[in-house]
Design a protein around this ligand. Structure first.
Ligand code: SF4
Length: 368
């Protein structure tokens, strides 16, 4: 097998040398060589799997797609789709507010920050964000704090304590104004002082009353170590404290607000066979999902007009179309203000026909 891959490597080198250096094909072959092979004493040998990055080229037709293993399942050559929608219980109508398509190795927290940034730029008011556990992390927390947004995760990934130990979230952590941990109260109510540890991001907690600990029924599970000279103490990292604080802020009661987004994801994937896109490339994938998301929104507006406002089916369809056109015109005007493009009357006609075509041919139309 090694000889076979070596021969393939030589073939790739010969192919690269035969191509023009500024061509797309050259770039792709060069990329495959660098990502999958390494040169050892003039021979190109295949890299071991652990040395091949997840963002290595998966297909010459889809250069942005990446490789991801999640829950033991491999997703080669794929994208991740992230969707945001309104979820205020008082809204009569919930709408998709953003859709993102990114290489499938993109971190969920990064997607959240990019999406909320974009939505704030568009003038949307974001006060609370309800997510599952994949979106938390120090960067997300800092981002939400900076933008005065409350992040309400319904669960949290990682950072779980062993079953026979007290979780860090069982302790009450006190931080000063700068966010530096200064004190902690244990589950039995004993207060401990926190001091910086010998290494960065590590802290030492000291409790004054050794006798309370010695008779404490939680001693076996507690994080505390009874030191002969210095009394009860425990060591903790900054991240453990951050995760503990986040766990204390979990909002499982918001699960009912978050779960409808799963149905939205199913709506977005409705036209796909085994989650396979009918298009290639990130740009085409973005266009595909944006169109489908638009149709999901139009469908919701239409249903709202019929059910809540008592419109007939046809009137509701026209009103929906009218509002969509209005939104497109506002978008054009904004572009005009930003000197991106100056639309003429033709553009407005194009949008009208576009909307009709969209209604007829969008993959989401069948859901209507
Ligand atoms: S062992 Fe000491 S520090 Fe731990 S819970 Fe009991 S009293 Fe608190």
């Amino acid at each position: 097998m090694d000889a076979h891959f070596r021969a393939l490597g030589e073939l790739l080198v010969a192919l690269r040398d035969a191509l023009e250096a500024d061509s797309v094909a050259y770039t792709l072959v060069e990329r495959v060589l660098k990502e999958q092979y390494k040169e050892e004493a003039g021979i190109w040998v295949l890299r071991p799997v652990r040395e091949v990055s997840a963002d290595s080229l998966q297909s010459p037709h889809d250069v942005e797609a990446t490789f991801r293993v999640k829950n033991g399942h491999a997703y080669p050559g794929g994208y991740v789709v992230n969707v945001s929608e309104t979820c205020d219980a008082e809204n009569a109508l919930q709408l998709i507010t953003d859709i993102q398509v990114a290489p499938n190795v993109t971190d969920d927290g990064e997607l959240l920050r990019q999406s909320v940034d974009k939505q704030l730029e568009r003038g949307l008011e974001v006060k609370n964000i309800v997510t599952d556990g994949g979106y938390n992390g120090p960067d997300t927390e800092e981002f939400c704090k900076k933008n005065d947004i409350t992040h309400r995760p319904t669960n949290i990934r990682g950072g779980k304590s062993a079953k026979d130990r007290l979780g860090w979230e069982m302790y009450q952590w006190q931080l000063n104004k700068e966010g530096i941990p200064v004190a902690v109260v244990c589950p039995r109510g004993q207060k401990g002082q926190i001091r910086p540890g010998r290494k960065e991001e590590r802290w030492l907690v000291r409790f004054a009353d050794a006798s309370t600990c010695q008779t404490c029924p939680l001693l076996d599970q507690c994080r505390v170590v009874l030191q002969k000279q210095n009394g009860p103490a425990m060591r903790v990292t900054t991240r453990s404290i951050q995760v503990a604080l986040l766990r204390q802020r979990l909002c499982p009661e918001d699960r009912s607000l978050r779960s409808p987004v799963e149905a939205t994801v199913r709506s977005l994937k409705w036209g796909l066979r085994k989650d396979k896109l009918p298009v290639r490339g990130q740009v085409a994938a973005v266009m595909y999902f944006t169109t489908v998301a638009l149709m999901v929104n139009l469908r919701r507006i239409h249903a709202y007009l019929v059910e809540s406002e008592g419109f007939s089916d046809t009137t509701a369809a026209f009103v929906t179309l009218f509002y969509w056109l209005l939104a497109k015109i506002r978008l054009l005007q904004r572009r005009q203000t930003n000197s991106v493009a100056i639309p003429g009357p033709r553009a407005y006609f194009r949008f009208f026909f576009e909307s009709v075509a969209l209604s007829l041919f969008s993959p989401a139309t069948e859901m209507l």
